[in-house]
Design a protein around this ligand. Sequence first.
Ligand SMILES: *[C@@H]1O[C@H](CO)[C@@H](O)[C@H](O)[C@H]1NC(C)=O
Ligand SMILES: *[C@@H]1O[C@H](CO)[C@@H](O)[C@H](O)[C@H]1NC(C)=O
Ligand SMILES: *[C@@H]1O[C@H](CO)[C@@H](O)[C@H](O)[C@H]1NC(C)=O
Ligand SMILES: *[C@@H]1O[C@H](CO)[C@@H](O)[C@H](O)[C@H]1NC(C)=O
Ligand SMILES: *[C@@H]1O[C@H](CO)[C@@H](O)[C@H](O)[C@H]1NC(C)=O
Ligand SMILES: *[C@@H]1O[C@H](CO)[C@@H](O)[C@H](O)[C@H]1NC(C)=O
Ligand SMILES: *[C@@H]1O[C@H](CO)[C@@H](O)[C@H](O)[C@H]1NC(C)=O
Ligand SMILES: *[C@@H]1O[C@H](CO)[C@@H](O)[C@H](O)[C@H]1NC(C)=O
Length: 552
Amino acid sequence: MASTLYSLLFLLSTLTLLHQPPLSAANLHSTAALFRSQPFSEPTSLPTADIPPTTFFEVTKPIPLPKTKPCSYLVLEHDFAYTYGKSPVLADYKPPTDCPSQNFARIVLEWTAACKGRQFDRIFGVWLGGVEILRSCTAEPRATGIVWTVKKDITRYYSLLMSNQTLAVYLGNLVDSTYTGVYHVNVSIHFYPADRSYGHSAVEYGELDNGYGFGSVADLILPISRTLPLNDGLWFEIENSTDVESKEFLIPQNVYRAVLEVYVSFHENDEFWFGNYPNEYISANNLTGVPGNGPFREVVVSLDGLVVGAVWPFTVIYTGGVNPLLWRPITAIGSFDLPSYDIEITPLLSKILDGKSHKLAFSVTNALNVWYIDANLHLWLDKGSDRTQGNLLEYSDSPLSLSLLSNFTGLDGLFITNILNQVIHFNGTVDAKTPSSSILSTNSLKKFTLDFYSDSIDKGNGTYDSVANVTLGIDATRQKTSKFGTSTSRLKNLQNGQGNMLVKGNLVVSGLGSTQQEYHYISDKSCYFRNICFLLTKLKTCDFLDALKIFD
Ligand SMILES: *[C@@H]1O[C@H](CO)[C@@H](O)[C@H](O)[C@H]1NC(C)=O
Ligand SMILES: *[C@@H]1O[C@H](CO)[C@@H](O)[C@H](O)[C@H]1NC(C)=O
Ligand SMILES: *[C@@H]1O[C@H](CO)[C@@H](O)[C@H](O)[C@H]1NC(C)=O
Ligand SMILES: *[C@@H]1O[C@H](CO)[C@@H](O)[C@H](O)[C@H]1NC(C)=O
Ligand SMILES: *[C@@H]1O[C@H](CO)[C@@H](O)[C@H](O)[C@H]1NC(C)=O
Ligand SMILES: *[C@@H]1O[C@H](CO)[C@@H](O)[C@H](O)[C@H]1NC(C)=O
Ligand SMILES: *[C@@H]1O[C@H](CO)[C@@H](O)[C@H](O)[C@H]1NC(C)=O
Ligand SMILES: *[C@@H]1O[C@H](CO)[C@@H](O)[C@H](O)[C@H]1NC(C)=O
């Protein structure tokens, strides 16, 4: 099958940084700590027995399901105590061969966890046969206990799920007398057989996001991750701006489409890369221990040395970030199910269909320690032939042109004020056509916004008081035209949080947080709307509106 593909990517990032930080080294330490994830410390003397655990959740639309009874099973049950630097926890995965139907419309991964005590937010990954299927962040526990559930539609990994695999979970947790939280985790998979009310299988009907129509999920998925055994996650770790991590792979010779799905998360000095100071500012003020390299990052993916795509990641704030009270119980957008990013690499197939091994590599512009990155190569195979052929018609890659305008005055005063506005816009287009007709055309417009305001005051002895207001938003429109017609969807998801807190050392000792979120999703098939608020101390919701409608 011949395909011609043009892709267009555009990035615009505007950013304003205003700093009036203070004089002493102690204060500067707080500046760095201000953004960092930190756990909330509650008195452990409280009578906790009759207080029910708090349920945390991320606002998102429900997964559309057929009305069939799922075949479900618990793949893994594990208590993550001192797991940092240890090998991932492994379990045998087998497809549900005893399920009466073997034609599934949806397959859903369910992560349920409970924790009690005090603990940092921990990043974790779930891999099946080395293919990452979930990147997520734990919720921070309370003395009275917490529970949360993440449900993810994993139907796009259908082909992988139909054979025996090893499931691996890495969640690097540390437990000591201060950080006492042990994460108790269950991982289950639900297989929903196709039925008439829902139509037939999502796979046959091309209802999934990726699809050329015939066989809308990949026939084969190759892991572009580190191989077991290891004492860490299967992700690659990118430590600086020159670090390149890569993996060799070999594909069958009858591939007609290839999409690389990239998973990304950022940590330590780059956990708040979008708020990192320009290096000139750091040196002008003799700051130490403050992460720099400015507020722009771009994940670059290359194939045999040729750039095939870039990712401008959404500014996910983990559950302990800025002020943990902002994300309790409504967690920040993307924190429980970090987005993955698809790069269409079909135009370059002709370079890798030679039966030889090739190399995919990842790097991050301006990176500081550390980024966790890996990818899945989704491949569609031509069942009617042993070999497909192709040609790259045109390739162009313009180098990154980045401009950073910094305007700051020297350090003064006792207050630390941070104001940050970041907008990432990007539009992506994929067109696949034969000489006579169009096969697939997708158009995606995305806008990520982050507004951040904080004030903090040093109280001496490693103690500080801070107030912070945060606005996080996604506005994404997607249009797809295939032989099934045209479908359009739009997601507008906006979150506002206001909080204050008193921090001693690494621990938040008191404070309050409020969160408001408006989630609007509309497509040709369904719409979902939710407007939810969490106000101050009470675990209650206000102005609650929750509606799902499936159009007939
Ligand atoms: C995990 O599953 C077991 C067995 O069904 C159950 O007893 C336990 O409470 C579950 N744990 C969580 C965190 O849901
Ligand atoms: C998959 O695993 C099951 C149970 O462990 C085993 O009975 C079966 O033979 C395996 N299937 C294949 C194809 O290896
Ligand atoms: C960047 O990280 C790589 C991998 O750890 C290391 O080998 C290299 O020396 C680092 N480069 C700089 C400039 O620090
Ligand atoms: C930074 O250090 C240099 C050399 O020690 C000194 O001359 C300068 O005044 C310092 N700047 C600030 C803002 O403290
Ligand atoms: C820098 O900011 C100050 C105060 O906001 C303003 O007066 C000045 O014009 C700005 N300078 C530049 C070069 O933008
Ligand atoms: C993306 O497309 C929309 C609609 O066509 C347009 O308004 C916007 O300016 C584009 N943005 C970029 C960054 O190209
Ligand atoms: C800081 O701690 C020391 C020793 O614990 C104590 O003597 C001092 O009063 C404290 N200062 C403040 C401002 O709390
Ligand atoms: C922060 O939020 C509070 C509460 O909504 C509001 O009163 C305050 O004006 C906000 N501050 C800034 C700088 O946006």
